[in-house]
Design a protein around this ligand. Structure first.
Ligand SMILES: NC(=O)c1ccc[n+]([C@@H]2O[C@H](COP(=O)([O-])OP(=O)(O)OC[C@H]3O[C@@H](n4cnc5c(N)ncnc54)[C@H](O)[C@@H]3O)[C@@H](O)[C@H]2O)c1
Ligand SMILES: [Fe+2]
Length: 383
């Protein structure tokens, strides 16, 4: 069997890296940029410096800032109209995964017809993304999704209320600019929740089925970076070293999950689509149960993660057993809740959530096969 391994994004990393935006835009031959962002990022004052860098390089700038957390198809359509009406030839995504994903999906609709549902990766929609798409530069303001180096955009389709993953290699941004200063204003709880998304990407990718030694190595180093820096990033948000390391970990998580994700993301997706829960928080609350479930399938891998998390044990079995507890301890240190009940989820909600979780595509790469009853049991164990 053959495998495909690719790591092609141009990444510019470092304090003040956002100032390179104008020259990168020029390098791509652009004359007018559509900035895609959200009200929280705009309110944090991040967009002014971004616009100035583009204008100083001679580009026109139009802003679309109506993206919501867990973005909707309507927002992609609105931003695509703004792209066309402004005559833009470059898309600059500035924000967390929500803004970056909308920016990526504007690229699809700029050269492909709506509706977005037809491009659903779970239904083979990637085969329809055949035309070239406009260039994009991504500037993450959270350290979590790694969407800045990823090939997918996630959007909730209103008709099905399903978080739908649209995947195509053409969606990978041309350039990702990782500037820790852009993440300094992210509040502690959002830093913890988005950081847990990065951690979950690394852990699920490392445990996923498939052969990908490069992704495995990147995932393990991503776990190490999160474990070393997330507490500082949460409790001392101005620490640029910790903020930078978290951006690196987020980028590495998304690079690694080209190998695949797992059951935790399948549990997290309906939690966000049905209840609006933040994606990273949903992962944080479900991850320990998934680690326990997967222990029998990949004990060595879960033991390796436990070791990085600082769990004690002399043998694989003990370490693998301790892993979920180590994740729970980290979650607690970051001030995140202990379970889904604390976020208003009740036993009555679980059967419907489990039905949706089994329909999600991510668990196809989980190291242990899951059926609908497993999803229900995993939600119960996460309550
Ligand atoms: N494309 C992918 O591969 C991928 C992977 C995982 C998740 N996702 C998607 O990404 C989305 C979640 O992204 P996210 O976790 O980055 O959160 P987000 O983009 O929804 O942002 C969360 C909140 O933080 C605010 N915010 C962001 N940066 C800030 C800053 N620097 N200062 C102050 N406030 C700031 C935003 O305004 C928003 O209110 C979900 O829709 C999820 O499905 C995509
Ligand atoms: Fe994620």
């Amino acid at each position: 069997m053959t495998s495909i391994w690719s790591f092609p994004t141009r990444v510019i990393f470092g304090q003040g890296a956002a100032q390179e935006l104008g020259s990168e835009a020029k390098r791509l031959g652009a004359k007018h940029a559509l900035l895609v962002s959200d009200p929280g990022v705009a309110g944090a004052g991040i967009l002014d410096g971004i616009s100035e860098s583009l204008q100083a390089a001679g580009l026109g700038v139009t802003r679309y800032t109506d993206v919501s957390g867990n973005p909707l198809e309507a927002e992609v359509l609105g931003a695509t109209d703004a792209y066309r009406d402004s005559g833009a030839d470059l898309i600059v995504g500035v924000g967390g995964g929500s803004a970056l994903d909308v920016a990526k999906l504007v690229r699809v609709l700029a050269t492909h017809p709506p509706p977005l549902a037809q491009y659903d990766d779970a239904k083979g929609g990637d085969a329809l993304i055949t035309e070239d798409v406009p260039p994009m530069i991504a500037l993450p303001t959270t350290a979590g999704t790694g969407s800045e180096v990823g090939r997918s955009g996630v959007v909730t389709i209103e008709a099905t209320n399903k978080k739908t993953v649209i995947f195509a290699p053409k969606l990978m941004p041309n350039v990702a600019i990782l500037d820790p200063m852009l993440t300094v204003s992210l509040p502690p709880r959002a830093t913890a929740a988005t950081g847990f998304d990065a951690l979950t990407h690394c852990i699920e990718a490392y445990c996923a089925k498939g052969h990908h030694p490069m992704a495995d190595a990147i995932a393990l180093e991503g776990v190490r970076l999160v474990v070393a820096h997330i507490e500082t990033a949460v409790h001392d948000g101005k620490d640029l070293k910790a903020r930078g390391a978290m951006l690196e970990a987020a980028m590495m998580g998304a690079t690694a999950f080209q190998k695949g994700l797992g059951a935790c993301h399948s549990l997290a997706h309906p939690l966000s689509a049905e209840t609006g829960m933040h994606h990273g928080l949903a992962n944080a609350l479900c991850l320990p149960a998934v680690l326990d479930f997967n222990r029998q399938a990949v004990p060595e891998r879960i033991a390796a993660i436990a070791r990085i998390l600082g769990a004690r044990g002399d043998d694989v079995e003990t370490l693998a057993f301790e892993c979920s507890g180590a994740v729970k301890a980290l979650r607690r240190k970051l001030g995140l809740p202990d379970g889904l009940a604390a976020e208003g989820i009740s036993e009555d909600d679980l059967p419907r959530l489990a039905e949706l979780a089994i329909l999600d595509a991510c668990h196809a790469m989980n190291p242990r096969e899951c059926v609908a009853e497993d999803m229900l049991a995993l939600f119960r164990a996460s309550l």
